[in-house]
Design a protein around this ligand. Structure first.
Ligand code: PHE
Length: 459
């Protein structure tokens, strides 16, 4: 069924860089701070950490196991593992749903990532200098209203993604993360250093980490859980595809711990830095919502001594983070076309990139011409895509992965591939996959979908 022998990452550490690159993205820098701001700070952070530790880490191990065992893209990997496990073929729907979810997420992700390209230029040109809240709002709204410009940056970001994938696993994916990730971390530390020096670091720390029981909410828990899948790139095969290139003798458990820790650290560091700037700038609030990064931060940057430089550092960092994520969203599909039909990676990435780009047009116009067009449950195109892919398909995919590895793969296979450092880790991990993760995800799905439907049909 498979045409080509699968490649392996050329250097040690490449899997960690690539998987961390996939995980660290707009989810950490754009989404996490504003959903923390909206959901009460410390209480939300605690729930998110809990979900990453109890559900995210075990499922990430399962996803890598599947990819590495089959040494194939997610679609063929699930097919082959079904055969090995004697499981029903229907399980391979998991791979297909993942490729589809990847295209859907990519379609709107490049739109937001495109804004960060525009904001990098604005920062370099010093356009934030002296900005106040109203002017910053106007600046952001004028970008959103300019559908031609949003389309242009969406196109550029899609082409940037295609370019890396077309170069192949070693020369494209691996080579790019080897310089982008260290640079990203360097920029992050510059940002953190500056936040400590100039921002209101203490208030920020208190906001992020002081935990008040009354701030806990059922809804906050659901948002935290959905975000734990999104931020770790779980449930759609990105980690499975990257895992298929991972050397057999690399320890999965410790690798996953490193990736999850780095991803969480970046979210926390960016969060602390952003809120330090926010609290140091009078008149702006942490609960500003999705505009936090594009409206609030430029005000903070525009009123600092070397704000133009820090603003540039920040937005270039976001571009890199988003770029190493978009390539992982498209990789499962590209690898499938290449391995199944022998299509060259150039053609495969152009073709799938084009499909995601075309689907993304709906999101480009969601912020201007089609702002009032409702697709699902009163949501515009962009919100519908995000809702279905992030809140339904990723958790569902993660749940199926947990169920498949938990119930269908034999102990010998798992123990052979994962080589647990201690027996108790295995004895803990297996029931988490079998029971805890699926039940938690089911709870999340039911509670996440019903209120939305009730709002539309009952109220
Ligand atoms: N983890 C990425 C982020 O936080 C998004 C992503 C989701 C990437 C799923 C790949 C797969 O921005």
């Amino acid at each position: 069924m498979r045409l080509k022998q699968h490649v392996i990452w050329g250097q040690r550490g490449s899997f960690i860089l690539a998987a961390t690159g996939s995980a660290v993205g707009l989810g950490n820098i754009w989404k996490f701070p504003y959903i923390t701001g909206e959901n009460g700070g410390g209480a939300f952070v605690l729930m998110y950490l809990l979900f990453v530790a109890t559900i995210g880490i075990p499922i990430m191990m399962a996803e890598i196991l599947m990819g590495r065992r089959a040494r194939a893209n997610p679609i063929i990997a699930t097919q082959e593992l079904c055969e090995q496990a004697g499981a029903h073929k229907a399980w391979s729907g998991l791979g297909w749903m993942g490729v589809l979810a990847g295209l859907m997420i990519l379609s709107f992700y490049t739109v937001i990532a495109g804004w960060t390209l525009e904001y990098s230029l604005l920062a370099i040109e010093g356009k934030f200098t002296g900005l106040d809240g109203d002017a910053s709002n106007a600046l952001f709204n004028s970008l959103l209203a300019d559908s031609g410009k949003v389309l242009q940056w969406h196109t550029v970001f899609t082409l940037m993604t295609i370019a890396i994938l077309a170069l192949g696993v070693t020369r494209g994916l691996e080579a790019s993360v080897r310089w982008m990730m260290p640079l990203l971390f360097l920029l992050l530390f510059v940002l953190l250093g500056y936040a400590i020096k100039e921002g209101d670091f203490e208030t920020s720390l208190r906001f992020m980490f002081s935990f008040k029981l009354e701030d806990m909410s059922w809804e906050g828990a659901l948002v935290a859980m959905g975000h734990s899948f999104f931020t770790l790139s779980l449930g759609m095969g990105a980690i499975m595809a990257y895992g298929s290139y991972m050397p057999s003798n690399q320890s999965v458990g410790s690798t996953v711990l490193i990736v999850a820790t780095l991803d969480t650290l970046v979210a926390l560091i960016v969060g602390v830095a952003i809120f330090a700037f926010v609290f140091a700038t009078p008149g702006i609030s942490p609960g500003a919502g999705p505009g936090l990064m594009f409206v609030t931060l430029p005000v903070a940057f525009g009123n600092m001594g070397v704000g133009a430089i820090i603003g540039t550092v920040f937005f270039v960092m976001v571009v890199l983070a988003a770029w190493t994520s978009t390539i992982s969203l498209l990789e499962p599909g590209v690898a499938y076309l290449n391995e199944r039909f022998g299509v060259s990676r150039i053609i495969a990435s152009l073709l799938l990139g084009f499909i995601a780009w075309a689907l993304g047009l709906g999101s480009v116009y969601s912020f201007n011409d089609w702002a009032d067009v409702q697709i699902l449950w009163g949501k515009n195109f962009f919100d519908s895509m995000d809702f279905v892919a992030t809140n339904i398909m990723l958790p569902l995919g993660g749940m199926l992965i947990a169920l498949f590895v938990g119930w269908k793969l034999r102990d010998e296979i798992i123990l052979h591939d994962l080589k647990f450092e201690a027996a108790w880790i295995f004895r803990l991990w297996r029931p988490v996959l079998k029971y805890l993760s699926p039940i938690a995800v089911l709870l999340f799905l039911i509670n996440g979908i019903f209120p939305v439907m009730r709002k539309v049909f009952v109220e």
